[in-house]
Design a binder for this molecule. Structure first.
Ligand code: DP6
Length: 329
């Protein structure tokens, strides 16, 4: 038995309950404030460091049915080709949990993320699939076990099992049983998030490959764990104190350091486009003028900005094209 399958067999009880006719679940998109960047175990998606995210109100809703001969996947109302990487990735994940090798699924999945937001996320997708599997097979798994299972689909999916602010503790065990999300008891209703689109085309290199190349070749990667630790500590402190200026500085520095590690990989990886740099300069200039606004970017060119509700009108006048997405806290 391969390692992933062996771990799944320990996560899921042997006595699985009856299969329902169908089961549906929703999982939110999450935005990392302290980033997951680099794996200590590629096969199990075990991270080098902890990370911290906040969930959005948008995400993925997935319904599962049993099917007769083959797996069938529908995404946003259209069938997904068997040859596509998306289909392959999902069915490989399903291979880990099929009750018998011939068991087949029909999966109907819908992203309510506006396509134009460029947030089409494997994290909410694998989390929604995991939650619907849990209902479908009536496993009654704990949130921690669900988070470990979702991680085997995509690392950041382990955070999308929960709403609100989520800490993914890296864990120390080789089998990853202690590497899962934890819901944090913070709420910050005044916190707002907006998306500035630079491009909605597919990214040139996947985050998995980009982090692997960064870990292997960037001379800056050695400082990443200590930077992350400091930024994460400050973010957790400021979630308590609601010191937005310190909170924003930490999350922006964390994103910029992550991108600096990629820019110095060999060959270099740069997701930024001209528009990305333009948005960043606009944010920094506005901050010099006194506006409390901070930016973060993931493995893509789009910029997410964080600000407080009291500054919303000002931020909207600065970025009329901004798409505001409510947080799910
Ligand atoms: C930059 O979770 O997509 O968004 O584990 O290989 O599937 P895999 O990677 P993934 O990486 C996300 C990286 C990031 C930062 C973050 O979300 O923490």
């Amino acid at each position: 038995m391969n390692r992933r399958k062996e771990i799944v067999s320990r996560l899921i009880p042997h006595t699985t309950g009856a299969v329902l006719d169908s089961a549906t679940a929703f999982a939110p998109v999450n935005i990392a404030l302290a980033k997951y960047w680099g794996k200590r175990d590629i096969e199990l998606h075990l991270p080098v460091t902890d990370s911290l995210s906040v969930a959005l109100s948008v995400g993925t809703t997935t319904t599962l049915y049993q099917n007769t001969h083959q797996d069938v996947i529908e995404l946003n109302g259209s069938p997904v080709a068997e040859s596509s990487p998306f289909f392959q990735r999902l069915t490989q994940f399903l291979d880990l949990v099929r009750p018998s090798p011939s068991f087949r699924f029909r999966i109907v999945t819908h992203n309510d993320v506006p396509t134009a937001a460029g947030l089409a996320s494997s994290a909410s997708g694998f989390a929604a699939l995991t939650l619907s599997l849990n209902r479908f097979f009536q496993w009654n798994l704990s949130a921690e076990s669900l988070s470990c299972l979702a991680r085997l689909g995509s690392g950041s999916a382990c955070r999308s099992i929960f709403p609100g602010f989520v800490l993914w503790q890296k864990g120390d065990r080789d089998d990853g049983m202690d590497s899962h999300g934890i819901a944090l008891p913070f709420s910050w209703p005044e916190l707002k998030l907006g998306i500035l689109m630079a491009s909605s085309t597919e990214k040139p290199i996947s985050s998995s490959l980009a982090m692997k190349r960064t870990v292997e070749t960037s001379p800056l990667y050695s400082i990443w764990p200590s930077v992350l630790e400091k930024d994460l500590r400050e973010l957790l402190e400021t979630l308590e104190t609601k010191d937005f200026s310190r909170f924003g500085s930490s999350l922006e520095r964390n994103a910029l350091t992550m991108h600096a590690t990629m820019h110095t990989a060999s060959p270099p990886i740069c997701y930024w486009l001209e528009e990305t740099v333009h948005y960043l300069h606009t944010v920094w200039h506005a901050r010099e003028q006194g506006l409390q606004i901070f930016a973060t970017m993931d493995a893509g060119p789009n910029v997410k900005i964080l600000f407080l509700a009291s500054d919303e009108l000002h931020v909207r006048s600065l970025f009329p094209q901004m798409m505001e997405i409510p947080l799910r806290s």
